[in-house]
Design a protein around this ligand. Structure first.
Ligand code: GDP
Ligand code: GDP
Length: 436
């Protein structure tokens, strides 16, 4: 098995080489109070939970007299190119600085898993100071102390979780991967052929991943797309398809590898229980979703038909209220051009980050519009909200007592966030955390 590589990045003096030395177990780098002191070694082997991995102290990569920003950029680049997981280190005693934000910007673009370590949290009383680091957008900050060796276990557990053999393969490009799911005969294979046959779609290659999954790449309007696992749809006999267990398994596999899932329905036969089950898998997986109503040519239509069908879809798929619906025909190609723009939009919303400052304005406005209800004489207090993840967008709201954030109020907040930022096509998640 290939050994994974971890890189430690961060502005000077946050404690990168101190941690590096601890993890490597020998004092092989020089630690100095002066920022930017040259280290003699930047690459070593470390071990945690019986897993060996390489670790890079990017602080040791120096470019002569170049300005700080150039140095940090070079260090982050090495980390992004070399590492499977990046430890982004900040200083818990100083809070977020402009330099931290510069590093964060480079890391956002990398698509590499990032574990945020807040160093110099030398005693438990200081742990409250780590919350502000949520706003860097890398999820939960891990408080550590390099000099005292505190918190390293939890941080390393998280690092190991992101090693490639355990995680999904990282796709560090902005290709949009999507799959079509739906019960047999709704028109998935026809739809794939129609999409690929559409004007202005350039089909580049078909890459075999496993024997029964073939991905097709294409580009349209300068964006790259991959249709996941269409081989089974296009070439396999329908015998396998009709075995429900087999088709569910294949749908789940396809969903797992997708950014966007198209839930395909059949306008002619309408919605049945099996459709709901299949859509539920995509929703549960937190993927972006577009609902596709196919065979629109096959039904008698008047000006009310679309609205009536929409009402039915909304009623049957209440959990998918964020998903756009497109009505089209794979057979006549009618309205087929509306599909890819919807996939693109859903994907962009799925990976959208919002600014903490604007988010908190939205939350404060929401609070003013609809005061929080009291529960058993206790009143919910909301202090601060921040987005901690994308795909799907995930928010943490710091409150006095998470039990007081009732489902209906959470739903209200979700709707306010959706109104303000436009998250059409993607589920969003909201977690309440206690702040003392
Ligand atoms: P780097 O240049 O970012 O890699 O940072 P260094 O590892 O050289 O550390 C910079 C300074 O911070 C040194 O004086 C360290 O002793 C100090 N330092 C590192 N880790 C900790 C820590 O956990 N707590 C405290 N209080 N100081 C630390
Ligand atoms: P799959 O099992 O979901 O892959 O569905 P297929 O693509 O094999 O299509 C099932 C049947 O529906 C075939 O007979 C297709 O010709 C037909 N079909 C697919 N799309 C359309 C459409 O847009 N309109 C009509 N009228 N028939 C369609």
């Amino acid at each position: 098995m290939r050994k994974s590589t971890v890189a430690v990045v961060g502005r000077p003096n946050v404690g990168k080489s101190t941690i590096f030395n601890r993890l490597v177990g020998e004092r092989i780098s020089i630690v100095e109070d002066t920022p930017g002191v040259t280290r003699d070694r930047i690459y070593a082997e470390a071990e945690w939970l019986n897993t060996n991995f390489n670790i890079i102290d990017t602080g040791g990569i120096e470019l002569g007299d170049e300005p700080l920003l150039v140095q940090m950029r070079a260090q982050a680049e090495v980390a992004i190119n070399e590492a499977d997981v990046i430890i982004f280190m900040v200083n818990g005693r100083e809070g977020i600085t402009g330099a931290d934000e510069e590093v964060a910007k480079l890391l956002y673009k990398s698509n590499k898993p990032v574990v945020l370590a807040v160093n110099k949290v030398d005693n438990p009383d200081m742990r409250d100071q780590i919350y502000e680091f949520y706003s860097l957008g890398f999820g939960e900050p891990f408080p550590i102390s390099g000099t005292h060796g505190l918190g390293l276990g939890d941080m390393l557990d998280e690092v190991l979780l992101h090693f490639p053999e355990r995680a999904m393969p990282d796709e560090d490009d902005d290709t949009i991967r999507f799959s079509l799911i739906g019960r047999p005969n709704v028109g998935k294979s026809s739809l794939v052929n129609t999409i690929l046959g559409e004007e202005r779609v350039i089909v580049s290659d078909i890459e075999g991943t496993t024997r029964d999954a073939i991905d097709t790449s294409f580009s349209k309007d300068d964006r790259d797309y991959v249709i996941i696992d269409t081989a089974g749809m296009r070439k396999r006999g329908k015998v396998y398809e009709t075995l429900e267990k087999y088709s569910v398994m294949r749908a789940l596999k396809a969903i797992e590898r997708s950014d966007v899932v198209l839930v395909v329905l059949d306008a002619e036969t309408g919605i049945i229980e099996q459709d709901k089950k299949i859509a539920g898998y995509a929703h549960d997986a937190g993927r972006a979703i577009v609902i596709v109503v196919n065979k629109w040519d096959a039904i008698d239509r008047d000006e009310k038909t679309m609205k009536e069908f929409e009402d039915k879809v909304r009623q049957q798929f209440q959990f998918l209220d964020y998903a756009p619906i497109v009505y089209l025909s794979a057979k006549t190609k009618k309205r087929i051009h509306t599909l890819v723009p919807n996939i693109l939009q859903a994907s962009e919303n799925h990976t959208k980050r919002v600014q903490s400052s604007i988010l908190n304005e939205v939350i404060m406005d929401a609070l003013a519009m609809k005061p929080v209800p009291s529960l058993k004489g206790k009143k919910l207090r909301i202090f601060y909200a921040t987005q901690v993840a994308v795909a799907p967008p995930t928010f943490v709201v710091f409150v006095n007592d998470p039990d007081l954030l009732h489902f209906s109020y959470e739903r209200f907040l979700e709707n306010r966030i959706r109104d303000a930022f436009g998250f059409e096509g993607t589920p969003i998640k909201i977690y309440a955390r206690q702040r003392k």
